[in-house]
Design a protein around this ligand. Structure first.
Ligand code: FAD
Length: 468
């Protein structure tokens, strides 16, 4: 079957890259189609990523607050967790949002094709679904097919014992024990979720620090906080084997000092990275160049080497983040529509991890700033000296600012603590506007707020923090 019209733009994949691109395309007057193989729209972010994990993290944090309520004078007694209700609330939120994306597609006159898309020639897409194939034709194609979790070689995901983030999100009951391999954002978020719900969590990271892309001080503070919560944290640790014996896993790993450790666990969660969905969709046939890891090579405007074929989101070698995917979608569409989009400044993208305590950052770490040849001056301020943090019983963590000594230009801001994923927006805007620490010292921050820690950290660059 052939779709009647030739679209200006067809987008493959309805994640935060694809669906946002589709809406922007309609706004710019492009006749647009979107193809999605999942029964629901929204992609990894909405169905298996950002949203469902944050529901569980929110509820895990809420449980922690209730358990600490006696400190505030509320005697709640033992708190019983009905995990099926927690999971149901998560599904309801995901369901509402996916319906919201469907509504937005209709409102913006984007034609949706449900099925698996393969590019069969320039501007030709075959969509297989419901036992038939529909041919979709378009002048331009944006590929936004996202990524899938990747396990380590030799550790096959069986969905029962060895799991990925996909299965970890949908567990029917709280496991008694879990080994998590990989302490990037996904690994530490699940460590926070299940540890808060009572699972005995062992967290293994092969690199020397947790959340390896973050500033070293932040990583150290996170390690301290996770250990305080009872999580067994090991860096420079290597998974050696995982064997199922009498219905439970025996996991063997080697610690940094070479010691062999054995842990019994109900689940082994592989949070060991993701792989881009770029094979089997016709890219090779069109001659689209990918790198050795399968990422599509694109220019500043998300154009591949093949005219008319664009790639965005998790299939290009840029940070795996929903807001990056969406922004890339907008840049690609504006380019197609003949606008003059501003290329993305990847060095100004905020990264947020919603573990407990949260981590948020933008710009250069202290080590990266020094390695880049900057003469670095650092300011740091702990939440333990902030009134609002005391009020909220959230005194763990700090704000750290990395500046260039000459003019006080802000090169990076790194935060760990409660609510920092909201606080980071100010730092992102400041770096985008090339602000200096002095600019932010002259910016009045309301009292009492957690944002005062940002202000005080800026003052700290010059050794003049008021409440230090
Ligand atoms: P995706 O969201 O993966 O969407 C791709 C879509 O393409 C999918 O719906 C897929 O079904 C469809 N598709 C693939 N192949 C085909 C085909 N051949 N035909 C038709 N359709 C196809 N990022 C954040 O910014 N914040 C977070 O808090 C966050 N949390 C995360 C938590 C977890 C556990 C995970 C796994 C990821 C998280 N991410 C987060 C990352 C974020 O989800 C991704 O960066 C984002 O979803 C990428 O968007 P995308 O549009 O490129 O691809």
């Amino acid at each position: 079957m052939e779709a009647r019209e030739v679209f200006d733009l067809a987008i493959i994949g309805s994640g935060p890259g694809g669906y946002v691109a589709a809406i922007r395309a309609h706004q710019l007057g492009l006749k647009t189609a979107i193809v999605e193989r999942d029964v629901r729209l929204g992609g990894t972010c909405l169905l298996r990523g950002c949203i469902p994990t944050k529901v569980l993290l929110h509820d895990a944090a809420l449980l922690g607050k209730i358990r600490r309520a006696s400190k505030h004078g509320f005697n709640t007694g033992d708190v019983e967790v009905d995990f099926s209700k927690v999971q149901k609330r998560k599904s309801v939120i995901v369901g509402k949002l996916t319906k919201g994306v469907e509504f937005l597609m209709k409102k913006n006159e984007v034609v949706t094709f449900k099925g698996n898309a393969t590019m069969t020639g320039p501007g030709h897409i075959a969509v297989e679904g419901n036992g038939s194939t529909t041919q979709v034709r378009a002048k331009h194609v944006i590929v936004a097919t996202g990524s899938e979790p990747k396990s380590l070689p030799g550790y096959d995901v069986d969905g029962q014992f060895v799991i990925t983030n996909n299965e970890a999100l949908d567990l029917e009951s709280i496991p008694k024990s879990m080994v998590i391999v990989g302490a990037g954002a996904v690994g530490v978020e699940f460590a926070s979720i299940y540890s808060s719900f009572g699972t005995r969590v062992t967290l293994l990271e092969v690199l020397p620090q947790l959340v390896p892309i973050e500033d070293e001080d932040v990583s150290k503070e996170l390690r301290r906080a996770l250990k305080k919560q009872g999580i067994d944290v090991h860096t420079e640790a290597r998974l050696e084997s995982a064997v199922v014996r009498e219905g439970t896993l025996e996991v063997v790993f080697r610690t940094a000092n070479g010691e062999e450790k054995h842990v019994q666990a109900e689940k082994l969660l592989m949070a060991t990275g993701r792989t881009p969905n770029t094979s089997g969709i016709g890219l090779e046939k069109l001659g689209v160049v990918t790198d050795d890891k399968g990422y599509v090579k694109v220019n500043d405007y998300m154009e591949s080497n093949v005219p008319g074929v664009y790639a965005i989101g998790d299939i290009v070698p840029t940070p795996w983040l929903a807001h990056v995917a969406s922004h890339e979608g907008v840049v690609a569409v504006e380019r197609i529509a003949g606008r003059n989009p501003v290329p993305i400044r990847y060095d100004q993208v905020p990264g947020c991890t919603y573990c407990e305590p949260q981590v948020a950052s933008v710009g250069l770490t202290e080590a990266a700033a020094r390695a880049a040849g900057h003469s670095v001056k650092v300011g740091k301020f702990p939440f333990s000296s902030i009134g609002k943090a005391m009020i909220e019983d959230a005194t763990d963590g700090f704000v750290k600012v990395v500046t260039d000594e000459k003019y006080g230009e802000i090169l990076g801001v790194h935060m760990i603590g409660s609510g920092v994923t909201e606080l980071i927006a100010e730092a992102v805007a400041s770096i985008g506007l090339e602000a200096t620490a002095e600019d932010l010292i002259h910016t009045i921050h309301a009292h009492p707020t957690l944002s005062e820690a940002v202000h005080e950290a800026m003052e700290g660059v010059y050794g003049v923090s008021i409440h230090m």
